[in-house]
Design a protein around this ligand. Sequence first.
Ligand code: 13P
Ligand code: SF4
Length: 308
Amino acid sequence: MRDHQQETISRIKSLCRDHNAIILAHNYQPDIIQDLADFVGDSLELSVKAAALEEKTIVFCGVRFMAETAKILSPDKTVLLPNANAGCPMADMADAESLRRLKAMHPGAVTVCYVNSTAEVKTECDICCTSANAENIVKMIPPEREIIFLPDKNLGANVEKATGRKMILWPGFCPTHMRIVPEIIIQRKKEYPEAVLMVHPECVPAITAMADEVLSTGGMLRFARETAAKQIIVGTEIGLLHRLRRENPHKEFIPVSANAICANMKMISLHDVLNALENNETQINVPEEIRVKAKKPIIRMIEGKIDL
Ligand code: 13P
Ligand code: SF4
């Protein structure tokens, strides 16, 4: 590691101590940010962690909806998103006004929203889910109720396939996972005929149908630890390879595509984290009226209970 990087890291650590701050990072963050963080996890693990922290300040290295979720759960803490431009294009594909119109067309429907959504959209939802628990959440809903699922049509279609439950799907998608196409999977399988293929449920159903395992990023890390397979093809954002390789040095991980990069997840640099702590930037705030309403579906998800 270069000297100036080491200096920046030391400065960040000392500011964290002074400010009683903790650094959380998503599994897709740049390697150096994952190494710096106090806790690295998938969206569900990060939400659960954020809800139970002692520290006064959370530096959230991820994208905006994740930092917003932390603020919704911990309004008295300062939540910093080190790069204000780090958003999630999929979350921005759903807006509260259009959702209200869709709900009016389906009175009585239960609205399930992926945490990859804005705080305002969450206020219109009954329960949240992540890719780790979407199937279980949908299974909790009484069979006679219609379900609106948003914003990811691919996660929704994969949940439909796994549960046999038909849902009304919002037309959103993750541009990063849409870059994973069948031709590239066929190619990788030819190159590594012995390898197991795991993919993220944000991939289109044609891709998940080709996979041995369909898992959240946290699920992929667990599977990689537990499987006897020595070669694993990884169908998700390439940031996950860092932990996969570090935690399993005797296994080989092959990215499906080196193009599966989420530009937003890669926006946060060491310099941004230092700046965030030095200047208390960028603070994430959610208006109280929105926060209170948005908290309900997140808590239902974390507790795994829905009282309809
Ligand atoms: P998970 O880490 O929950 O699998 O989420 C993937 C993702 O795309 C987050 O934006
Ligand atoms: Fe959003 Fe996809 Fe990036 Fe996750 S990987 S933050 S879903 S665009």
